[in-house]
Ligand binder design. Structure first.
Ligand SMILES: Cc1ncc(CO)c(N)n1
Length: 212
């Protein structure tokens, strides 16, 4: 029987070309520092993580997952990769930049709404939706570095490499836990989990695109 996580990977493999076609990702791969887009992205992401992390913590607890890497991910709040992007913007503009409190863009609202409805559905569906956050970044980073699209001389290499390592590490634990749980779930529950994951993957694509 195909493992649940293999079906998740299939979803990512199917959507990888869309991520590569995403204008925001294309600029990163081209090494273009688009100050406005990067500032938009970081400020939306700051708000997004403010909602994501508490739900993530609660769902990890419901799953009985207790790992150092997961805790570190939660505590980090993604400040390190945000700093990397802000530094690139500052180098380009020659002046200090800061993240402003902003209104949520429609794509951010849509993503947060998906996390909310998934959380209301069940811990398994919630975890499936939440997993897209580290998994998409880890997958995109791994794939683009392995394919030679993102190379060490690119200004965004450090950002991609961060996610390849940290989110990649977390993803391994999440997928193991999801595979364990999936064995005890009905076909319907598994299908609903994969659907929530698919929708979250689409939200990730939209989240990058909306910053442009
Ligand atoms: C929207 C979004 N997805 C994934 C990540 C990776 O942790 C992030 N920081 N933000």
């Amino acid at each position: 029987m195909t493992e649940y996580s293999e079906k998740m990977e299939e979803i990512l493999a199917t959507h990888l070309p869309e991520f590569y076609n995403n204008a925001f990702i294309q600029e990163m791969i081209n090494g273009d520092v688009n100050a406005e887009a990067l500032l938009n992205y970081v400020s939306q992401d700051q708000s997004y993580l403010g909602y994501f992390l508490p739900i993530f913590g609660e769902t990890l607890e419901a799953f009985g997952i207790d790992s150092k890497e997961l805790e570190a991910f939660q505590e980090d709040g993604d400040t390190e990769p945000h700093e990397m992007l802000l530094n690139l913007v500052e180098e380009a503009s020659g002046r200090p930049e800061e993240v402003k409190e902003v209104d949520l863009l429609p794509g951010t609202k849509q993503y947060l709404n998906l996390l909310k409805t998934s959380r209301e559905a069940s811990p398994f569906i919630s975890m499936s939706a939440l997993a897209a956050c580290p998994y998409v970044y880890a997958y995109l980073a791994e794939q683009s570095i392995a394919a030679g699209k993102m190379t060490p001389t690119n200004p965004f290499y450090e950002w991609f490499d961060f996610y390849q390592r940290t989110d990649g590490g977390i993803t391994v634990h999440l997928l193991q836990a999801l595979d364990e749980k999936a064995k005890k779930m009905s076909e319907e529950e598994q299908a609903a989990g994969l659907e929530a994951f698919l929708q979250a993957v689409k939200c990730e694509d939209l989240f990058f695109a909306q910053a442009m």
